[in-house]
Design a protein around this ligand. Structure first.
Ligand SMILES: N[C@@H](CCC(=O)NCCCC(=O)O)C(=O)O
Length: 251
């Protein structure tokens, strides 16, 4: 059987004098090794016709995390503080792309910024600084350059009874890493909670009425997924949905 094609949208970063379209290697490795796909990078050109062609070409899309924040005007939020990193080109690409993927029933896995993007596209809102909200914890990464520490288990999440995660893992709670400052303020209509942090912050959801796999997590299952049963389960389920689409497209 042919492997499914998994698209991964790029961040746009200035390197020297030129803009580059880039994806962190760990997301590519997870799409290939964890989900079993052929990874292709989707340039963030924000061009609707190109996106339409890409949607027809791929069997699934993995929306990666990024240090940049979704621009708040996309969810009627107050302007970002000075110095906040944005990626206008990524917003102009992933936000319309998500809409097309959900309409078409193309499998979708959102990670961290990707998780936040799906919520925004479906009409939800984000906190810009979770750690400043009364009753919410600090979900930012520890101040370290040791990546194993940075992406190490940070807090538990409770899995929703009857949810996908609960079904795949057969337990009520798991530990996850935590590398974010934005978070779900208002969950979009049509998203079903899959996991909650101890402070009540939504950490995972699925698109309830999706035609195919449409699932997202605030944490980072791509990080050393081979060492983590939760990450393996998420990537396998995504990969299976992509393989199913591949098979249907081959018929
Ligand atoms: N900027 C947002 C999203 C956080 C996020 O995606 N972090 C990933 C960092 C780099 C990586 O691991 O790819 C926020 O702060 O909430």
């Amino acid at each position: 059987m042919q492997q499914p094609i998994i698209g991964i949208p790029c961040d746009v970063k200035q390197i020297g004098l030129f803009p580059f379209h880039a994806v962190g290697e760990k997301y590519i490795t997870a799409a290939v090794g964890g989900a079993g796909g052929i990874a292709i990078l989707i340039p963030s050109l924000g061009d609707a016709a190109q996106l339409r062609a890409i949607v027809d070409m791929v069997d699934g899309v993995l929306l990666p995390g990024s240090p940049s924040n979704v621009e708040p005007h996309h969810y009627q939020g107050a302007p970002s503080r000075e110095g906040t990193l944005h990626d206008v080109a990524r917003d102009a690409t992933t936000l319309p792309l998500i809409d097309m993927l959900i309409q078409e029933g193309v499998p979708l896995l959102g990670i961290c910024r990707g998780f936040q993007e799906i919520n925004v596209v479906l009409g939800g809102e984000l906190h810009q600084h979770v750690q400043e909200q009364a009753g919410l914890n600090d979900h930012r990464e520890p101040d370290t350059t040791d990546l194993d520490h940075m992406y190490g288990p940070a807090h538990p999440v409770t899995l929703a009874a009857g949810g996908l995660l609960h079904g795949w893992l057969g337990c009520d709670s798991v530990m996850v890493n935590s590398i974010h400052q934005q978070g779900i303020k208002r969950l979009a209509l049509g998203l079903e909670v899959e996991a909650l942090a101890e402070d009540g912050l939504v950490e995972a959801y699925r698109v309830a009425a999706a035609k195919s796999f449409a699932f997202a997590v605030q944490w980072h299952p791509e990080w050393k997924y081979w060492d983590n049963k939760v990450s393996q389960a998420i990537l396998k389920a995504f990969g299976d949905a992509c393989r199913e689409r591949r098979m249907r497209r081959n018929q």
